[in-house]
Design a protein around this ligand. Structure first.
Ligand code: PHB
Length: 391
């Protein structure tokens, strides 16, 4: 009797999974895990703005398959991201995942490997995120890509003594590491590196300490969404009036926060992968459509979502709708296209993004603050991986 019951239950399960498999044949399920609440909500909003715009523009059918997005909020907590990924893989049987910030991407990587689920990293800027699983492909950026370039630029443009203020987590550590190496190699001196907690930061005491150290330049990394508060406290402490130059990766003048900053931020020079003012027809159309759909200016984070969906759609076209994990990741390798940020590609060796890095200066254009690009470093790879390869 018991044995019969068990056999019946097993048969039911098999039937259920068979019908799921039949359904899955016409539907591609994409589990989207992003930080929609918690510390980095601003990041989640931008990346979803990009995802939703891409789907609005390109429809929800690719290679004859219906695209189904299952959107989940990791609440900016890596353990939650991990649990959600598990549920999406086991219960929802998703064909692909997309991940957000670094701690969440790290938490999801082992599951992506186990289940052979292609996972597009839409936010994380930490070099090693793509190395945590052979199924991870990045469409965002790395902090190293930007920080080495601004380090060299700063020395060439008169910076000699720098204080670093760094948000204390993995991407911040990499910004500091790559900037420090490049800046010292070019002949500059780092006076001090000050680390600010990621959660609920108050930059004021750190800014005061930085000011007391009397540098000619401040190199700063804070994540998108914290740049507004940072700029306010920078201005309130009068660092601009003390004649201290502010430089950093693009995060500190991100297009989402920038419109609400004051004139103290004018003249800030950053190395970034995207400006809403980037001069191309593709970008003009992107900014207009993004604002219309999402009611805000797109920032560099939004492109990880928009281009991340492009990678998924193009890979599905290449495989003819085949959702095998290895086939999809292989199809993603080497993709090359024109993004609103400029020409970009997926490095076939590292599955990491290759993109232009622009040097930009904050100026007013038509009454609004923008990052105005004035120099371009084409096709920049993640320097931390490049150094490992060379060694
Ligand atoms: C990251 O998760 O690595 C990250 C998030 C926001 C940023 C930069 C890096 O602005």
């Amino acid at each position: 009797m018991l044995r019969n019951k068990a056999a019946a239950a097993a048969a039911l399960l098999a039937a259920a999974s068979l019908s799921q498999a039949a359904q899955a044949q016409d539907t591609v399920k994409i589990g989207i895990i992003q930080s929609l609440t918690g510390q980095l909500t601003a990041v989640g909003k931008q990346v979803m703005g990009g995802v939703n715009l891409y789907v609005q523009q390109h429809g929800n059918t690719v290679a004859g398959k219906k695209i189904e997005l299952i959107v989940k909020d990791d609440t900016t907590v890596p353990d939650v991201a991990k649990r959600l990924a598990q549920e999406l893989i086991v219960n929802d049987k998703v064909n692909l995942l997309t991940t957000g910030i670094t701690p969440a991407s790290f938490a999801i990587a082992p599951l992506a490997t186990q289940a052979k689920t292609p996972s597009v990293i839409m936010v994380s800027g930490t070099s090693s995120a793509t190395e945590r699983s052979p199924y991870m492909v990045r469409t965002s950026f790395t902090l190293g890509q930007q920080s080495g370039i601004i380090g060299e630029w700063a020395v060439k443009n008169g910076s000699k003594k720098v204080v670093i203020i760094q948000s204390d987590w993995a991407p911040g550590a990499e910004a500091t590491q790559v900037f420090t190496e490049a800046f010292k190699k070019a002949g500059g001196e780092i006076i001090e590196t000050v680390k600010v907690p990621l959660a609920n930061p108050d930059f004021s005491p750190f800014l005061q300490r930085a000011r007391d150290a009397n540098p000619d330049t401040l190199f700063v990394f804070v994540p998108a969404g914290q740049a507004g508060l940072f700029a306010k406290q920078f201005s309130a402490r009068g660092l601009d009036k003390a004649g201290i130059k502010l430089i950093g990766p693009g995060d500190i003048t991100d297009d989402d926060d920038l419109p609400r900053m004051d004139d103290a931020i004018l003249g800030t020079v950053t190395a970034g992968n995207y400006s809403a003012l980037h001069d191309s027809p593709t970008n003009k159309a992107y900014v207009e459509a993004f604002k219309k759909l999402n009611g805000m200016r797109p920032n560099f984070i939004s492109l990880g979502g928009y281009d991340g969906m492009h990678v998924i759609y193009e890979a599905l076209k290449k495989t003819g709708g085949n959702t095998d994990g290895d086939a999809l990741v292989n199809a993603m390798k080497g993709l090359k296209w024109e993004s609103p940020r400029g020409p970009i590609s997926i490095d076939p060796d590292t599955r990491d993004i290759v993109q232009n890095i622009y040097i930009r200066k904050v100026e007013r254009r038509n009454g609004e603050l923008y990052n105005v690009e004035f120099a371009t470093f084409p096709n920049v790879k993640d320097p931390i991986k490049a150094a490992k390869k060379g060694s």
